[in-house]
Design a protein around this ligand. Sequence first.
Ligand SMILES: [Zn+2]
Length: 320
Amino acid sequence: MTTLSGMTTLSAASGIYGDALHECVACRAGNISYWRRKNFQYSQSKDRREFHIYRCQNCGTGFLNRPPAMQWLQSIYQYSGQALTQAITLEEVLDREAEFPNCIVDAERMSQQACWFNRSGNGRALDIGSGFGFYTQALRKQGYRTVSINPGSYENAVFKKLNGDEPLAVMFENYQPSQPFGIVMMSQVLEHLLEPDRAISKVSGLLEPRGVLACAVPNYDSFLVKLLGTKDNACLWVPEHVNFFTEKGLKALVERNGFRVIEIEQITRIPFNALSRRLGLKGKPAVIADKLVEILQVPFAALMNAFGMGIYINLYAVKK
Ligand SMILES: [Zn+2]
């Protein structure tokens, strides 16, 4: 009886965890050490799973070790890469954006920057992890022909409503392109990939020389992680996020794969209702609190970004 249940636990565990890592996923340094543990409870499962977060002593990047197994992660991603547990309509997504402009702002800024830096002469763009489709839409507005890939069916339905066509429903690891690109967009993707080094090496191979990689990831050095520790869920969203990058780590990762980094910037944006929701405010006090957060976050964000503690890192790199 004991042996049987022991075996069951073991086989279940081996389905969830991949092989242990012995070097940093970003800079490849061997001096890594245990940082903290984090439990995760996926909404569709009652099982609690524990993951250990390791940290690189060289570049500060964090990662799950042992990481989740690829197949198990893919079973989560077939519906959504954003922890959606049910379908969502384009109208709902647009309402959210109207209330708190977020994805659309990022998509337009990053696409404009990427186009500006692209000196390859190639007018094709690859949107990896295209989500609701705002990045593809923004790239098309810039005159680019696009290929979008995204495994999540809930997001792809919204994408279709927004852009009229459908992304290729594949994981980037399984994508086989036939022609090179001038821009590769990876917004909120790299933190999800089990082998970021292999992914960036593949991206490098897909880009025309002087083409651009534009990439956005949560910042492991953010004030949220410093304040909340493992209670932070923006960066430390386990197990969907398997890597937690620092600027130094991200830079090392792309430079090792044939890129020259052109620009790094940090972005901090706090939902206007963050305070009123936390304090349980209603009516007029809630309106005042929301307005305060909206106004005060401008200088606050500038300060955090300047100290390298912003919530997101945006990086632009040119293929040599
Ligand atoms: Zn490192």
